[in-house]
Design a protein around this ligand. Structure first.
Ligand code: COA
Length: 260
């Protein structure tokens, strides 16, 4: 499949999505959001893809936010719809994918860019990365899940400060607050993400899908995370991956998970 504003490369058992609007610092316009929705949907269906890495093109930005030029004239109703549709079709969709998604944050991750990175299952940053939710400086608030996911990751106080000041956090500070898992140089960013993706690929994709579901359940107000874990744990025992994983261990060999 070909896309207007993103590049998708599949190699071994991983896929790399590169948001490709470098002259606009990879800002998320409508067409890019549509491309991303379609790519994530297709890659999640593809059972040969065991992990997805998402990054921005160029050396300056992961994503500098939602494309301000597209929503500057929106009415309240249109803005409500933009946020609702975006959350449902991209941001929450990514968070709830059964295929792990790693954000390779290679520069500015602002507004919708940080919200996209936070919707991914975890984040790795290059040392030039700068992260923030500057929306209140534009007279608006984060609308793609930022007010919810940032406090989950860094705690309420730091999130409140970041949102209220509209300030940017550098990579080292983001690491110390748990917003990213690693900070490396730009040259080391992709190799590290590929290494992590390959480590993930050695494990049962079915079990990983259930684990994502169980972890996410704990962050939903209307779901009991412990009950969700019990349900998912039980389901694992009915899978071919579980048979293979346990047999391989007992036979002292490396597991070859069928992914079913
Ligand atoms: N929406 C639309 N266009 C954007 C954008 C966004 N969120 N972020 C950057 N761009 C565009 C700029 O308008 C500029 O386009 P132009 O060359 O056609 O004028 C281009 O990307 C380069 O950006 P520029 O501002 O010249 O780069 P910079 O290095 O001086 O500054 C930033 C970088 C990230 C600090 C600055 O671009 C910025 O503040 N962007 C907006 C961040 C934001 O508020 N995001 C939240 C949106 S809700």
């Amino acid at each position: 499949m070909s896309y207007e504003n993103i590049l998708v490369e599949q190699k071994d058992s991983r896929a790399v999505i590169t948001i490709n609007r470098p002259t606009k610092l990879n800002a998320l316009n409508k067409a890019t959001i549509k491309d991303l929705q379609e790519a994530f949907k297709a890659l999640d269906k593809d059972k040969t893809v065991k992990a997805i890495i998402i990054t921005g093109s160029g050396e300056k930005a992961f994503v500098a936010g939602a494309d301000i030029s597209e929503f500057a004239h929106f009415s309240e109703r249109k803005a409500h719809k933009l946020s609702e549709k975006g959350q449902e079709q991209l941001f929450s969709f990514v968070e709830n994918l059964s295929t792990p998604v790693i954000a390779a944050v290679n520069g500015f991750a602002l507004g919708g860019g940080l919200e996209l990175a936070m919707a991914c299952h975890f984040r790795v940053a290059s040392d030039n990365a700068k992260m923030g939710l500057p929306e209140v400086s534009l007279g608006v608030i984060p609308g793609y899940g930022g007010t919810q996911r940032l406090p989950q990751l860094v705690g309420k106080g730091i999130a409140m400060e970041m949102i209220m000041t509209a300030g940017m956090m550098d990579a080292q500070k983001a690491l110390s607050h748990g917003l990213v898992n690693y900070v490396v140089t730009q040259d080391e960013l992709m190799p590290l993400c590929v290494k992590l993706a390959s480590k993930i690929s050695n494990n049962s994709s079915v079990a990983i899908g259930y684990a994502i579901k169980a972890v996410n359940a704990g962050f939903k107000n209307d779901v009991d995370g412990y009950k969700a874990e019990i349900k998912a744990f039980g389901k694992c025992f009915g899978t071919e991956d579980f048979k293979e994983g346990t047999s391989a261990f007992l036979e002292k060999r490396k597991a070859e998970f069928p992914g079913s």
